[in-house]
Design a protein around this ligand. Structure first.
Ligand code: BGC
Length: 244
């Protein structure tokens, strides 16, 4: 068993995970993300979750930006104080447990490939999380290419996530048809670059997939993520297992 913790913009969520079945072995705990969400304050929240479960083993955490060898390199939608921080070191010190850190979309992708919508796919699979920003995870033969940032492809005059995220759908009050037209343009662009066989759409809006999946016109099969809200927690635990 490993403890998975998903650090998001509004909540930090954690639960122990059985890494061979992908199941949560206890009810998850969610604590609102502190504001401002500085590295120190978020590390304190992660430590609270660790203590709540009386945990002393390895911990895996997600982070919504580029993570290389435990170090944080970007902060598109979070406090810029995170840039340059040794996130894995910070969280290990705060919790007293060995901590691994992984990009949030990469974590969701690992979980979907192991236990969800991507489990039968050997070819090129792309998972996109549509939330405040747009995160991406790229796989071939089930292997992750870490830190792809397809939400930051230059598209329609800026970062693609400013055009197709779920936050933009809400703030611009787009109808499902209008938003699906944007998604079709964006997914079509990704398709001519990467030719995936499967596109998995995650993030909170995937709960409402019946509103928009049928409007998508991609060449690739496009499906909703199966693990929904728990993909980050499960993928974080898988990252801890990989870190050994
Ligand atoms: C970040 C990604 C992250 C995504 C979803 C983007 O702005 O650059 O690293 O995966 O938001 O949180």
């Amino acid at each position: 068993m490993l403890l998975g913790i998903d650090i998001g913009g509004s909540g930090v969520k954690g639960a122990p995970v059985n890494e061979t079945t992908g199941e949560l072995t206890a009810e998850r705990l969610r604590i609102p993300t502190p504001s401002p969400a500085t590295p120190e304050s978020v590390a304190g929240t992660v430590a609270e979750i660790v203590h709540h479960f009386g945990w002393s083993g390895p911990v895996g955490c997600t982070y919504p930006g580029v993570v290389e060898g435990g170090r944080i390199l970007t902060a598109a939608n979070v406090d810029s104080a995170w840039i340059g921080v040794d996130g894995a070191g910070l969280l290990s010190d705060a919790t007293g447990c060995p901590a691994a850190l992984i990009n949030d979309a990469d974590a969701a992708g690992l979980a979907e490939i192991a236990f969800g919508s991507g489990r039968a796919s050997e070819g090129v699979v792309i998972l996109l999380t549509l939330g405040t920003g747009v995160g991406s995870a790229l796989f071939t033969h089930g292997q992750l290419v870490p830190n792809t940032e397809f939400g930051h492809l230059y598209f329609q005059g800026g970062a693609a996530e400013k055009f197709v995220s779920d936050a933009v759908r809400k703030s611009e009050d787009l109808s499902w048809t209008e938003w699906a037209a944007r998604l079709n343009a964006y997914l079509g662009y990704i398709e001519i670059l990467l030719w995936p066989e499967l596109i998995i759409l995650g993030g909170g809006v995937s709960k409402r997939h019946e509103e928009f999946l049928g409007l998508l016109t991609t060449r690739a099969r496009v499906v909703a993520a199966e693990l929904r809200n728990n993909a980050g927690i499960v993928g974080a635990a898988l990252a801890a297992a990989r870190a050994g």
